[in-house]
Write a protein that binds this ligand. Sequence first.
Ligand SMILES: Cc1cc2nc3c(=O)[nH]c(=O)nc-3n(C[C@H](O)[C@H](O)[C@H](O)COP(=O)(O)OP(=O)(O)OC[C@H]3O[C@@H](n4cnc5c(N)ncnc54)[C@H](O)[C@@H]3O)c2cc1C
Length: 278
Amino acid sequence: MKVLRPRSADEALRLFSENPLALPFSGGTDLMVAWNMGSLNGKPVLDLSAIREWIGIRKMPGGLAVGALTTHAELRDHPEIRRNFPLLAAACAAVGSVQIQNRGTLGGNIANASPAGDTFPALAVYEARVRTISRHGRRNIPFLHMFAGVKKTALNQTELIEAVELPFLHAKPARQVFRKVGTRAAQAISKTVAAGLVWLEKGGAIKEFRFALGSMAPTVRRLAAAEAFLKGRTPSSSAIETAAGLLTKDVHPIDDFRSTAEYRLEVSRNILRSFLGT
Ligand SMILES: Cc1cc2nc3c(=O)[nH]c(=O)nc-3n(C[C@H](O)[C@H](O)[C@H](O)COP(=O)(O)OP(=O)(O)OC[C@H]3O[C@@H](n4cnc5c(N)ncnc54)[C@H](O)[C@@H]3O)c2cc1C
Protein backbone atom coordinates (compact mmCIF):
# COMPACT_ATOMS: atom_id res chain seq x y z
CA MET A 1 0.00 0.00 0.00
CA LYS A 2 1.29 3.47 -0.89
CA VAL A 3 1.40 5.69 2.20
CA LEU A 4 2.03 9.43 1.87
CA ARG A 5 3.18 11.08 5.09
CA PRO A 6 3.15 14.88 4.94
CA ARG A 7 4.81 16.83 7.79
CA SER A 8 2.82 20.03 7.30
CA ALA A 9 -0.56 21.20 6.06
CA ASP A 10 1.05 22.71 2.93
CA GLU A 11 2.73 19.41 2.11
CA ALA A 12 -0.54 17.54 2.71
CA LEU A 13 -2.39 19.78 0.27
CA ARG A 14 0.34 19.36 -2.34
CA LEU A 15 0.38 15.57 -1.99
CA PHE A 16 -3.43 15.45 -2.03
CA SER A 17 -3.59 17.41 -5.28
CA GLU A 18 -0.94 15.11 -6.83
CA ASN A 19 -2.79 12.00 -5.54
CA PRO A 20 -6.49 12.93 -5.75
CA LEU A 21 -7.61 9.35 -5.02
CA ALA A 22 -5.67 9.21 -1.74
CA LEU A 23 -7.67 8.50 1.43
CA PRO A 24 -7.03 10.91 4.29
CA PHE A 25 -6.01 8.89 7.37
CA SER A 26 -5.98 10.35 10.90
CA GLY A 27 -6.33 7.85 13.77
CA GLY A 28 -7.30 5.03 11.43
CA THR A 29 -9.98 3.59 13.74
CA ASP A 30 -12.56 3.65 10.95
CA LEU A 31 -10.15 3.14 8.06
CA MET A 32 -8.36 0.12 9.56
CA VAL A 33 -11.73 -1.65 9.81
CA ALA A 34 -12.32 -0.86 6.12
CA TRP A 35 -8.77 -2.03 5.33
CA ASN A 36 -9.33 -5.34 7.13
CA MET A 37 -12.50 -5.83 5.11
CA GLY A 38 -10.52 -5.23 1.91
CA SER A 39 -12.61 -2.22 0.95
CA LEU A 40 -9.87 0.39 0.46
CA ASN A 41 -9.44 -0.85 -3.13
CA GLY A 42 -5.67 -0.34 -3.14
CA LYS A 43 -6.01 3.43 -2.88
CA PRO A 44 -3.02 5.36 -1.53
CA VAL A 45 -3.31 6.62 2.03
CA LEU A 46 -2.61 10.22 3.01
CA ASP A 47 -1.49 9.86 6.63
CA LEU A 48 -2.19 13.21 8.28
CA SER A 49 -0.99 12.23 11.74
CA ALA A 50 2.33 14.11 11.60
CA ILE A 51 0.74 17.52 10.89
CA ARG A 52 1.44 19.14 14.24
CA GLU A 53 -0.56 22.31 13.56
CA TRP A 54 -3.76 20.22 13.38
CA ILE A 55 -3.26 18.68 16.83
CA GLY A 56 -4.63 20.24 20.02
CA ILE A 57 -6.99 22.88 21.34
CA ARG A 58 -6.29 26.60 20.95
CA LYS A 59 -8.06 29.77 22.04
CA MET A 60 -9.52 31.86 19.22
CA PRO A 61 -11.49 35.09 19.48
CA GLY A 62 -14.83 34.17 21.07
CA GLY A 63 -14.19 30.45 21.40
CA LEU A 64 -11.90 27.47 21.03
CA ALA A 65 -10.48 25.89 17.88
CA VAL A 66 -10.01 22.13 18.04
CA GLY A 67 -7.46 20.79 15.54
CA ALA A 68 -8.87 18.00 13.35
CA LEU A 69 -6.29 15.53 14.68
CA THR A 70 -7.22 16.08 18.32
CA THR A 71 -8.17 12.74 19.84
CA HIS A 72 -11.33 11.96 21.80
CA ALA A 73 -9.10 11.33 24.85
CA GLU A 74 -7.61 14.85 24.67
CA LEU A 75 -11.07 16.38 24.33
CA ARG A 76 -12.47 14.22 27.13
CA ASP A 77 -9.73 15.39 29.55
CA HIS A 78 -9.06 18.98 28.44
CA PRO A 79 -9.92 21.49 31.22
CA GLU A 80 -11.16 24.21 28.81
CA ILE A 81 -13.39 21.73 26.97
CA ARG A 82 -14.73 20.31 30.24
CA ARG A 83 -15.44 23.83 31.55
CA ASN A 84 -16.94 25.40 28.43
CA PHE A 85 -18.20 22.46 26.37
CA PRO A 86 -18.91 19.66 28.87
CA LEU A 87 -21.34 17.88 26.53
CA LEU A 88 -18.53 17.42 24.01
CA ALA A 89 -16.20 16.07 26.74
CA ALA A 90 -18.96 13.64 27.79
CA ALA A 91 -19.55 12.58 24.19
CA CYS A 92 -15.85 11.88 23.63
CA ALA A 93 -15.80 9.81 26.85
CA ALA A 94 -18.63 7.72 25.37
CA VAL A 95 -16.88 6.90 22.07
CA GLY A 96 -15.98 3.21 21.77
CA SER A 97 -13.48 2.44 24.50
CA VAL A 98 -10.37 4.04 25.99
CA GLN A 99 -8.26 2.49 23.19
CA ILE A 100 -10.51 4.01 20.50
CA GLN A 101 -10.58 7.36 22.34
CA ASN A 102 -6.76 7.36 22.41
CA ARG A 103 -6.48 7.03 18.62
CA GLY A 104 -9.76 8.27 17.11
CA THR A 105 -9.88 11.95 16.18
CA LEU A 106 -12.62 14.57 16.00
CA GLY A 107 -11.86 15.25 12.32
CA GLY A 108 -12.08 11.53 11.52
CA ASN A 109 -15.37 11.18 13.42
CA ILE A 110 -16.91 14.03 11.41
CA ALA A 111 -15.50 12.97 8.02
CA ASN A 112 -16.73 9.41 8.59
CA ALA A 113 -20.28 10.89 8.74
CA SER A 114 -21.92 7.94 10.49
CA PRO A 115 -25.53 8.67 11.50
CA ALA A 116 -24.43 7.46 14.95
CA GLY A 117 -21.36 9.71 15.37
CA ASP A 118 -21.39 10.32 19.11
CA THR A 119 -19.87 13.80 19.05
CA PHE A 120 -22.46 15.16 16.62
CA PRO A 121 -25.39 16.09 18.89
CA ALA A 122 -23.03 18.05 21.18
CA LEU A 123 -21.40 19.81 18.21
CA ALA A 124 -24.89 20.58 16.85
CA VAL A 125 -26.15 22.24 20.05
CA TYR A 126 -22.87 24.14 20.48
CA GLU A 127 -23.33 25.39 16.89
CA ALA A 128 -19.80 24.39 15.94
CA ARG A 129 -18.29 25.25 12.57
CA VAL A 130 -16.01 22.96 10.62
CA ARG A 131 -13.00 24.66 9.06
CA THR A 132 -11.85 22.98 5.89
CA ILE A 133 -8.79 23.63 3.80
CA SER A 134 -7.87 22.87 0.21
CA ARG A 135 -5.49 24.29 -2.37
CA HIS A 136 -8.32 26.69 -3.28
CA GLY A 137 -8.61 28.13 0.25
CA ARG A 138 -10.59 27.65 3.42
CA ARG A 139 -14.30 27.22 4.15
CA ASN A 140 -16.16 27.56 7.42
CA ILE A 141 -19.10 25.17 7.37
CA PRO A 142 -21.90 25.31 9.97
CA PHE A 143 -21.89 21.89 11.63
CA LEU A 144 -25.39 20.86 10.53
CA HIS A 145 -24.45 21.61 6.90
CA MET A 146 -21.52 19.18 7.04
CA PHE A 147 -23.60 16.13 6.26
CA ALA A 148 -25.29 15.24 3.00
CA GLY A 149 -26.56 11.77 4.02
CA VAL A 150 -25.40 8.48 5.52
CA LYS A 151 -21.57 8.50 5.30
CA LYS A 152 -21.70 11.56 3.02
CA THR A 153 -20.18 14.90 3.91
CA ALA A 154 -20.27 18.30 2.28
CA LEU A 155 -16.49 18.07 1.71
CA ASN A 156 -15.45 18.33 -1.91
CA GLN A 157 -12.76 16.01 -3.26
CA THR A 158 -9.90 18.39 -2.62
CA GLU A 159 -10.83 19.38 0.93
CA LEU A 160 -9.53 18.24 4.29
CA ILE A 161 -10.88 19.08 7.73
CA GLU A 162 -8.41 21.37 9.47
CA ALA A 163 -10.25 22.29 12.68
CA VAL A 164 -13.56 22.55 14.46
CA GLU A 165 -14.47 25.95 15.86
CA LEU A 166 -16.51 26.11 19.07
CA PRO A 167 -18.02 29.52 19.89
CA PHE A 168 -18.39 30.18 23.62
CA LEU A 169 -22.02 30.12 24.81
CA HIS A 170 -23.59 33.56 25.36
CA ALA A 171 -24.58 32.55 28.92
CA LYS A 172 -24.38 29.56 31.21
CA PRO A 173 -27.31 27.23 30.50
CA ALA A 174 -29.71 26.43 33.34
CA ARG A 175 -29.48 22.72 32.47
CA GLN A 176 -27.58 20.56 30.04
CA VAL A 177 -27.65 16.92 29.08
CA PHE A 178 -25.67 14.34 27.14
CA ARG A 179 -27.08 10.82 26.92
CA LYS A 180 -25.92 7.88 24.84
CA VAL A 181 -28.10 4.77 24.78
CA GLY A 182 -26.43 1.63 23.51
CA THR A 183 -26.40 -2.07 24.25
CA ARG A 184 -23.35 -1.81 26.52
CA ALA A 185 -21.45 0.92 28.36
CA ALA A 186 -18.47 0.54 25.98
CA GLN A 187 -17.94 -0.53 22.36
CA ALA A 188 -21.57 0.09 21.51
CA ILE A 189 -22.89 2.05 18.58
CA SER A 190 -25.66 4.37 19.74
CA LYS A 191 -29.31 3.40 19.42
CA THR A 192 -29.93 7.05 20.16
CA VAL A 193 -27.60 9.81 21.33
CA ALA A 194 -28.78 13.18 22.62
CA ALA A 195 -27.43 16.55 23.68
CA GLY A 196 -29.46 19.43 25.06
CA LEU A 197 -29.08 22.91 26.50
CA VAL A 198 -31.74 25.12 28.03
CA TRP A 199 -31.70 28.71 29.23
CA LEU A 200 -34.52 30.00 31.44
CA GLU A 201 -36.01 33.46 32.06
CA LYS A 202 -36.10 34.69 35.66
CA GLY A 203 -39.78 33.66 35.90
CA GLY A 204 -38.98 30.11 34.74
CA ALA A 205 -40.12 30.36 31.10
CA ILE A 206 -37.80 28.88 28.49
CA LYS A 207 -35.63 31.55 26.92
CA GLU A 208 -33.79 29.22 24.55
CA PHE A 209 -33.83 25.47 24.06
CA ARG A 210 -31.42 23.49 21.89
CA PHE A 211 -31.73 19.73 21.51
CA ALA A 212 -30.09 17.40 18.98
CA LEU A 213 -30.35 13.67 18.33
CA GLY A 214 -28.07 11.22 16.56
CA SER A 215 -28.90 7.72 15.21
CA MET A 216 -32.45 8.94 14.64
CA ALA A 217 -32.17 10.02 10.98
CA PRO A 218 -29.56 9.71 8.20
CA THR A 219 -27.73 12.68 9.72
CA VAL A 220 -27.71 14.38 13.14
CA ARG A 221 -30.77 16.59 13.67
CA ARG A 222 -31.69 19.57 15.83
CA LEU A 223 -35.31 19.35 17.02
CA ALA A 224 -36.36 22.57 15.30
CA ALA A 225 -40.11 22.10 15.89
CA ALA A 226 -39.79 21.32 19.61
CA GLU A 227 -37.22 24.10 20.05
CA ALA A 228 -39.57 26.68 18.46
CA PHE A 229 -42.62 25.41 20.38
CA LEU A 230 -40.92 25.63 23.79
CA LYS A 231 -39.44 29.11 23.37
CA GLY A 232 -41.20 31.46 25.79
CA ARG A 233 -43.23 28.69 27.46
CA THR A 234 -43.03 27.43 31.01
CA PRO A 235 -41.87 23.79 30.93
CA SER A 236 -45.16 22.42 32.28
CA SER A 237 -45.91 18.73 31.85
CA SER A 238 -48.35 19.48 29.02
CA ALA A 239 -45.79 21.68 27.20
CA ILE A 240 -43.13 18.96 27.60
CA GLU A 241 -45.56 16.33 26.31
CA THR A 242 -46.37 18.44 23.25
CA ALA A 243 -42.65 18.98 22.62
CA ALA A 244 -42.02 15.22 22.92
CA GLY A 245 -44.79 14.64 20.38
CA LEU A 246 -43.07 17.05 17.97
CA LEU A 247 -39.93 14.88 17.73
CA THR A 248 -41.17 13.15 14.58
CA LYS A 249 -41.26 16.49 12.76
CA ASP A 250 -37.45 16.34 12.73
CA VAL A 251 -36.32 12.74 13.21
CA HIS A 252 -37.33 9.57 11.40
CA PRO A 253 -35.60 6.58 12.99
CA ILE A 254 -35.47 3.21 11.31
CA ASP A 255 -35.65 -0.40 12.48
CA ASP A 256 -32.26 -2.09 12.17
CA PHE A 257 -30.28 -4.85 13.87
CA ARG A 258 -29.42 -2.50 16.72
CA SER A 259 -32.89 -1.33 17.66
CA THR A 260 -36.40 -0.54 16.48
CA ALA A 261 -37.71 2.83 15.40
CA GLU A 262 -40.32 2.65 18.15
CA TYR A 263 -37.74 2.04 20.90
CA ARG A 264 -35.48 4.80 19.60
CA LEU A 265 -38.36 7.28 19.58
CA GLU A 266 -39.66 6.39 23.03
CA VAL A 267 -36.21 6.52 24.64
CA SER A 268 -35.44 9.84 22.94
CA ARG A 269 -38.76 11.26 24.16
CA ASN A 270 -37.94 10.06 27.68
CA ILE A 271 -34.55 11.79 27.57
CA LEU A 272 -36.27 15.02 26.56
CA ARG A 273 -38.97 14.59 29.23
CA SER A 274 -36.50 13.97 32.04
CA PHE A 275 -34.24 16.81 30.87
CA LEU A 276 -37.04 19.39 30.95
CA GLY A 277 -39.09 17.97 33.81
CA THR A 278 -38.40 19.06 37.34
C1 LIG B 1 -14.21 -0.71 17.92
C2 LIG B 1 -14.71 0.63 17.47
C3 LIG B 1 -15.62 1.33 18.25
C4 LIG B 1 -16.09 2.57 17.84
N1 LIG B 1 -17.00 3.22 18.64
C5 LIG B 1 -17.47 4.43 18.26
C6 LIG B 1 -18.44 5.09 19.08
O1 LIG B 1 -18.87 4.61 20.12
N2 LIG B 1 -18.88 6.32 18.66
C7 LIG B 1 -18.44 6.90 17.50
O2 LIG B 1 -18.87 8.00 17.17
N3 LIG B 1 -17.52 6.27 16.71
C8 LIG B 1 -17.04 5.06 17.06
N4 LIG B 1 -16.12 4.42 16.27
C9 LIG B 1 -15.71 5.04 15.02
C10 LIG B 1 -14.36 5.80 15.07
O3 LIG B 1 -13.56 5.41 16.14
C11 LIG B 1 -14.59 7.33 15.16
O4 LIG B 1 -15.40 7.75 14.09
C12 LIG B 1 -13.26 8.10 15.14
O5 LIG B 1 -13.46 9.39 15.65
C13 LIG B 1 -12.67 8.17 13.75
O6 LIG B 1 -11.49 8.95 13.82
P1 LIG B 1 -10.13 8.47 13.15
O7 LIG B 1 -9.15 9.55 13.34
O8 LIG B 1 -9.75 7.14 13.65
O9 LIG B 1 -10.61 8.38 11.61
P2 LIG B 1 -9.93 7.60 10.39
O10 LIG B 1 -10.23 6.15 10.47
O11 LIG B 1 -8.51 8.00 10.22
O12 LIG B 1 -10.78 8.26 9.20
C14 LIG B 1 -12.20 8.17 9.17
C15 LIG B 1 -12.73 8.82 7.89
O13 LIG B 1 -12.47 10.22 7.90
C16 LIG B 1 -11.61 10.59 6.80
N5 LIG B 1 -10.73 11.60 7.39
C17 LIG B 1 -9.95 11.44 8.50
N6 LIG B 1 -9.38 12.60 8.83
C18 LIG B 1 -9.80 13.53 7.92
C19 LIG B 1 -9.54 14.93 7.74
N7 LIG B 1 -8.77 15.65 8.58
N8 LIG B 1 -10.15 15.55 6.69
C20 LIG B 1 -10.95 14.86 5.83
N9 LIG B 1 -11.22 13.54 5.95
C21 LIG B 1 -10.65 12.89 7.00
C22 LIG B 1 -10.96 9.31 6.34
O14 LIG B 1 -10.59 9.33 4.99
C23 LIG B 1 -12.08 8.31 6.61
O15 LIG B 1 -13.03 8.35 5.58
C24 LIG B 1 -15.63 3.15 16.64
C25 LIG B 1 -14.69 2.46 15.85
C26 LIG B 1 -14.24 1.22 16.26
C27 LIG B 1 -13.24 0.48 15.41
